[in-house]
Structures are given as structure tokens and as C-alpha cells.
Design a binder for this molecule. Structure first.
Ligand SMILES: [Mg+2]
Length: 187
């Protein structure tokens, strides 16, 4: 059906696609932003490219606007244009007494602004608390702290490439990823 919108895949940044730190690791960072050493996760760019084939892509990080825009300009291939690049200001902030800090979360109902709903929105995220009301829409990845041998995303590239963008309801997909069941690749 050509008139159906492509599903949306939203990318988190920190500990999902990159790791930023003040003290460098024992190797050069991929990008230095003021005093921050930014390490790109292995296969992060491949994942973005794979997702862009059959999906609309977007970014939503709880980082500051300047930080988020700067990182996206470095890691997203220049020919791809994310539907939106959102930051902390678009998150819901709530003081959590059990953590003694303000927690930011991502309300996926806000995707209505772009004509998307929970049936056609996925988010790739390392922190379940950020999207706790939307577990079925989340592809939760292990956290990345700059490990050179990290290969979490290589499996996810395959998984995303297996999605043809025509599913009725993407919420099944997030649940499938949790059990690491790869979708059948369209032949
Ligand atoms: Mg994160």
C-alpha cells in the first residue's frame, strides 16, 4: 500500500549510539565536543542507514539541545534528514524521590504531532525508564560505555534490515527484539 506512512524509528543517543565522557579512553575519540570525548558505537552508522531504508528516522535524546544537534551532525550521514531531532526540552521531567533526582522520560504519544501513533513508532533506547509506559514500542539495547569489542548493534542491523516497513503494528517488533527473534527476511 503506497499511501501508508513508513513506520518511524527514533534513536536515542547516549549509551545507545554513542558514549561521551570527560576523560578520554585509551584511544582517540571519534569526535571531541568542547571537553567531551565522544565514542561512536560500532555499527551505529550502519544501523542508522539500515533503519532509513524502510522507515522514517528521528532522534530523541535527553541531552541538551546544543549537544544533541552537534552529535547528530557528526554521526548521521549527511544525506539523511531525520524527521525531527529532539532533546531534553521535549522530555517529560519528574522528580523521583527514590532516585533523588529529576528523571526525564519520552512520551511517545507526542508523535501524534507528526502523524504517528503507537502502532507505527519504534524507539531504540538503552534505558527502559525513559520509555517505561511504552515498553512494547522499545527496542532496548545493552548500554555502551565505549567498549571496542561491543557488537550489540550488529545483530540489530540484521534485525532492522529484516523489517520491510509494512507491518500492521510495530509493537510486536519491540517484543520480538526482546527475545532476539529475527523477523523473516523478505526474499
Ligand atoms: Mg541513552
Amino acid at each position: 500500500m503506497s499511501d501508508r506512512k513508513k513506520p518511524l524509528i527514533i534513536f536515542d543517543l547516549d549509551e545507545t549510539l554513542i558514549h561521551s565522557r570527560q576523560e578520554p579512553l585509551g584511544r582517540d575519540a571519534d569526535y571531541v565536543l568542547e571537553r567531551l570525548h565522544v565514542y561512536f558505537r560500532p555499527n551505529a552508522v550502519e544501523l542508522i542507514l539500515a533503519a532509513s531504508k524502510n522507515h522514517e528516522i528521528a532522534v530523541w535524546s535527553a541531552g541538551s539541545p546544543l549537544y544533541v544537534d552537534s552529535i547528530v551532525s557528526q554521526i548521521f550521514p549527511a544525506h539523511l534528514e531525520p524527521l525531527f531531532i529532539w532533546n531534553r526540552e521535549h522530555c517529560s521531567a519528574k522528580f523521583e524521590i527514590s532516585y533523588l533526582q529529576t528523571m526525564f522520560s519520552k512520551d511517545l504519544h507526542k508523535m501524534r504531532d507528526f502523524g504517528y501513533d503507537l502502532k507505527n513508532t519504534l524507539i531504540i533506547e538503552d534505558d527502559p525508564l525513559k520509555i517505561r509506559d511504552f515498553g512494547a514500542n522499545a527496542i532496548i539495547v545493552s548500554q555502551y560505555f565505549g567498549e571496542e569489542g561491543d557488537d550489540e548493534l550488529s545483530g540489530l542491523v540484521q534485525f532492522i534490515e529484516g523489517l520491510n516497513g509494512h507491518g500492521e503494528d510495530v509493537r510486536d517488533i519491540g517484543l520480538n527484539w526482546k527475545t532476539k527473534i529475527l523477523p523473516r527476511t523478505a526474499s
